[in-house]
Design a protein around this ligand. Structure first.
Ligand SMILES: Nc1nc2c(ncn2[C@@H]2O[C@H](COP(=O)(O)OP(=O)(O)OP(=O)(O)O)[C@@H](O)[C@H]2O)c(=O)[nH]1
Ligand SMILES: [Mg+2]
Length: 322
């Protein structure tokens, strides 16, 4: 991994390179099954709601969806976790997707069912369906939507948020901090009475072939791929690169360091020593206590996922003007 010890005022990495990473290993094979199940249900669906993480608004969407699901039915792109995303680029993100042919982009925070984004989903979808020929489903008076997306972006949370908003009902589908919580296409869940709207929850599906290693690291940082598959130190290093690139050194205080660095090993070591994060290892002469670099890495990554380094976007939007 390219890195150098950098002191205050010196240059940080401008590009990120990882060696010896077999990206194909990061993707569990069982996901093809989920996609097949989804395709089978497509006939009874009026609209596809694709949920994606607003911190990776451009890259990391599953390109398979474009060909197999969203191109066939009316489609809305929900960019969720907007509370964690830097929304100064909101207009350029929307413009980018509009150019790609996506007419409806909605930013949401599923932790707030009464927020504007959540409120706009059903009216937007109802309008779209009204304006489309409903193929074999024209006699139906209820709307059925399928929620799709890569793992852990908040698909199930969106269903629960809509249910809470319109029906004042509690959670109907399980939510969790790790990817792979929803395992198969579930039965339809009612989220609204007028109009009658049902949603199908689906398991997260990643693209079997990833564009490049950096896209994979973004997906990993946003917790869509299990950490151990990518390696916590790799994910932490990518986070460090991103923060330094943005001139964001808030990690120094958070990890109890003295100054910024661009060297992940140095960061993890110092964080472990300064915070007393230790672990025991067996040696020939007994046991020894050493700094726990893995714990440092997971605390650092967790900080990002909780938003402690402020709102961020992991895609490069510098060249996109609002
Ligand atoms: N900060 C924030 N967290 C969210 C938001 N929406 C969901 N989450 C969290 O993201 C995690 C994943 O949510 P899920 O709803 O289980 O995601 P999913 O896409 O259904 O995941 P899989 O079923 O594993 O594919 C959970 O810890 C949620 O609490 C949001 O808008 N903002
Ligand atoms: Mg789910």
């Amino acid at each position: 991994m390219a890195s150098s010890v950098v002191r205050y005022g010196l240059r940080m990495r401008e590009t990120f390179s990882v060696v010896n990473q077999d990206v194909a290993q990061w993707f569990p094979g069982h996901m093809a099954k989920g996609l097949n199940q989804m395709q089978r249900k497509l006939k009874s669906v009026d609209c596809i709601v694709e949920v994606h993480d607003a911190r990776i608004p451009i890259s990391g969407r599953n390109p398979l969806f474009e060909h197999t699901l969203s191109a066939i039915k009316p489609h809305v792109l929900v960019l969720n976790k907007m509370d964690l995303a830097d929304l100064r680029h909101r207009n350029s993100i929307v413009k980018h997707h509009t150019k790609e042919g996506i007419k409806h982009v909605i930013f949401t925070n599923c932790k707030r069912p009464e927020s504007r984004g959540i409120k706009s989903i059903i009216p937007t979808v109802a309008e779209m369906i009204k304006n489309t020929e409903r193929y074999n489903r024209s006699e139906e008076t209820v709307y059925q939507l399928m929620v799709i997306g890569v793992p852990n972006v908040g698909k199930s949370s969106l269903i629960n948020a809509l249910r809470a908003k319109y029906l004042r009902k509690s959670k109907a589908t399980q939510v969790g901090g790790l990817p792979g919580i929803t395992q198969s296409v579930l039965e339809k869940i009612k989220v609204c009475e007028d109009p009658k709207v049902y949603l199908l929850d689906t398991p997260g599906v990643l693209a079997p072939k990833i564009r490049d290693v950096e896209t994979g690291l973004k997906l990993a940082l946003a917790a869509t791929i299990k950490d151990h598959l990518v390696g916590e130190e790799n994910i932490a290093d990518y986070l460090l690169y991103r923060l330094n690139k943005n001139g964001n050194h808030s990690y120094v205080k958070y990890l109890n360091l003295e100054e910024p660095t661009d060297n992940i090993r140095q960061l993890l070591g110092l964080a472990a020593v300064n915070n007393g994060w230790k672990r025991k290892v067996r040696t020939q002469s007994g046991t020894q206590v050493i700094p726990d670099l893995q714990l440092s890495a997971s605390k650092f990554i967790k900080g990002f996922r909780m938003g402690v380094f402020g709102p961020m976007i992991l895609d490069d939007l510098e060249n996109m003007k609002d």
